[in-house]
Design a protein around this ligand. Structure first.
Ligand code: SF4
Ligand code: SF4
Ligand code: SF4
Ligand code: SF4
Length: 584
């Protein structure tokens, strides 16, 4: 009764968890445009699936299913050791699940002669279990002994490994003590053996002690040949459902180890205790699956298949949004991306885990879930996202086929649209915004820069630089002091207005009449800042359209850190208008 109730509770939790997790794929989004319309997204997903299945793309899906899902060719390309680990855990676990855990449904219907204590099933069960144990040992070896750089083990990962290890170890211990268990032998005799006389029962028991590993409190070998022969004769009817326990080689090894203690352990009820632990661990594993790292068993194949047939150009944007959320669940935290990340080494100097792509996936999960993240967490995430060089290496090595680069770009945009100002992203002329050009409507594309210009404009006095003289008493001496106190900004003092920076600036070159379009050009910004003309500087569009290319700084003959001075100025302007107030 207890086990039936536990099983149903576990199944209900599993089903609720599964429905909840799948529903998040349609409810959450990195892109504001795809949010709040889960029903529409579900419909788009169904349409997309039907269209794909009834098109030539089905061949691509089949190829990916065989090569990437079943044979895990991506993992093999990455590391042979990891491939073995994955194949052993995944293959062994799935075969055990089908053959052993679901034996009443799968094994019994497939094999008419199936019996759990008969060969080859008994041998195979231990063999599949050994596969999982070997895979787990490799996983532990990789995590704790190989010391792969920057590979982190999350608490959730540890729970999943612990649950799996408890299931496997309790299973083998249970098998071992069942082999030696005298009480279990007696139950079997009572249930199946025809009640014979005392001598016959002793002969049968002697045979089971000698050949089947049972430890009897009364009978111990060596036994006379005629007793064993008699036992064999009586055992004829048992052979059809009991192979020799040696075939369960792991369980038999456990049985032999525990033989000296077997009678006491049997009396103390160890078989029942192990049985309880094994089943409860299985139920916990089942209930925990949708919430744990193991959920990737379901989502990674989906991510591989979806990425093989979807792309930004032809797929419905709603389906791209759904796929991205599913991809976050498909990450198995293997650390391949982190190991190959071009900027991963920065983590040694700046201990922000969001620099590492595998950790960033976790942070994105929190971001899309709508949980209120504090300002510091958002800033750390933004820093991690902005240090990324878009080198694509992480996407190339991800065994789950996750399009990580798209996630990073969309996440930058999501933070920007959420009101996280970032100078590199503000200018619609920047590389970062350019990468988003095709995905955004005009309003979102140019909106952040316009918004900043408006916000700054409403906080600082607008000055017509060409036709106005300046009141020397209204100069911002604080600005000059501020720049002078900064290691990079203080280089403004060396400027002799040669205009080289302006000649090198691609933003200036973008306009036919730059002064009209930009208010001030770079050398004028430096010069105006040196004079303390903060209103003029902050209102200059050039300051906000700067794409941070550092051309000016590279060309300056005086060593003025032009781009860095511009950053200092932007920072100061933001501080003045209480920049942490959401922009949108
Ligand atoms: S795209 Fe970004 S996160 Fe990915 S490997 Fe390159 S730098 Fe690292
Ligand atoms: S994103 Fe891909 S490569 Fe990176 S940890 Fe997740 S599964 Fe591994
Ligand atoms: S290149 Fe250097 S010295 Fe020349 S104007 Fe620009 S900042 Fe001044
Ligand atoms: S960094 Fe310098 S050259 Fe580049 S856009 Fe900004 S001002 Fe122009």
């Amino acid at each position: 009764m207890f086990f039936t109730v536990s099983l149903y509770v576990a199944l209900v939790v599993f089903a609720v968890g599964l429905v909840y997790k799948v529903s998040t794929w349609f409810r959450y989004s990195l892109s504001a445009a795809a949010a709040d319309i889960p029903a529409k997204r579900m419909l788009a997903a169904v349409k997309g699936i039907v269209r794909t299945v009834f098109s030539a793309k089905i061949l691509t899906l089949l190829k990916v299913l065989v090569l990437e899902v079943l044979l895990q060719s991506r993992t093999l390309r990455e590391s042979l050791l990891r491939w073995w680990m994955h194949m052993l855990i995944y293959g062994g676990f799935m075969l055990l699940l089908l053959m052993h855990a679901l034996e009443k449904i799968v094994s019994v219907s497939l094999f008419s002669a199936y019996y759990a204590t008969l060969n080859p099933f008994m041998f195979l069960r231990d063999f599949f279990g050994l596969m999982v144990l070997a895979g787990l040992a490799l996983a532990l070896y990789r995590r704790y002994f190989m010391k792969l750089p920057r590979l982190k083990t999350a608490v959730m990962d540890q729970y999943a490994i612990i649950i799996l290890a408890v299931i496997m170890l309790s299973g083998f211990l249970l098998e071992g003590v069942k082999i030696t268990s005298y009480s279990r032998y007696q139950e079997m005799v009572e249930a199946y053996a025809d009640a014979g006389d005392e001598e016959e029962l002793k002969a049968l028991e002697s045979l089971w002690v000698k050949e089947y590993g049972v430890v009897s409190p009364e009978l111990k070998g060596p036994f006379a040949d005629e007793v064993l022969a008699k036992g064999r004769e009586l055992n004829e009817s048992c052979i059809s459902c009991h192979s020799r326990p040696q075939w369960a080689f792991l369980g038999y090894g456990v049985a032999k180890t525990f033989t000296p203690l077997a009678v006491g352990l049997d009396k103390a009820g160890l078989p029942a205790l192990l049985w309880t632990i094994h089943f409860i661990a299985c139920f916990i594993g089942l209930a925990y699956l949708p919430f744990s790292k193991m959920f990737h068993i379901l989502t990674t194949p989906l991510s591989l298949l979806a990425n093989a047939v979807m792309n930004r150009e032809t797929s419905d944007p709603l389906n791209i949004a759904t796929r991205q959320i599913m991809e976050l669940d498909a990450c198995m935290h293997c650390g391949s991306c982190t190991l190959r990340c071009s900027v991963g080494v920065v983590f040694e100097e700046i201990p922000n885990t969001n620099i590492l792509p595998s950790e960033k996936v976790g942070a994105l999960k929190a971001l899309v879930s709508g949980k209120p993240l504090d300002e510091r967490s958002l800033k750390l995430l933004q820093e991690g996202l902005l240090l990324c060089t878009n080198c694509l290496r992480c996407t190339g090595v991800c065994p789950a086929g996750i399009n990580l680069q798209e996630l990073w770009l969309d996440a930058r945009e999501a933070l920007l649209q959420k009101g996280m100002p970032e100078f590199l992203l503000l200018s619609p002329l920047s590389l970062y915004r350019g990468l988003m050009r095709g995905r955004l409507d005009e309003d979102r594309y140019a909106g952040p820069a316009r918004l900043v210009a408006d916000t700054i404009g409403s906080n600082f006095k607008e000055i017509d630089a060409q036709n106005q003289t300046f009141d020397p008493t209204a100069l911002d001496k604080g600005l000059v002091k501020h720049l002078g106190g900064s290691a990079l900004g203080s280089t403004f003092k060396y400027c002799f207005t040669c205009q080289t920076c302006t000649s090198a600036c691609p933003v200036v070159h973008n306009y036919e009449r730059p002064l009209e379009a930009l208010g001030l050009v770079p050398h004028q910004i430096i010069h105006s800042a040196a004079l303390g003309l903060s209103d003029l500087v902050y209102n200059a569009k050039m300051l906000w359209l700067c794409v941070g290319c550092y051309q000016c700084q590279q060309q300056c003959p005086q060593g003025v850190r032009v781009a860095d001075v511009l950053y200092e100025l932007k920072n100061r302007a933001f501080k003045k208008v209480n920049a942490m107030k959401p922009l949108v």
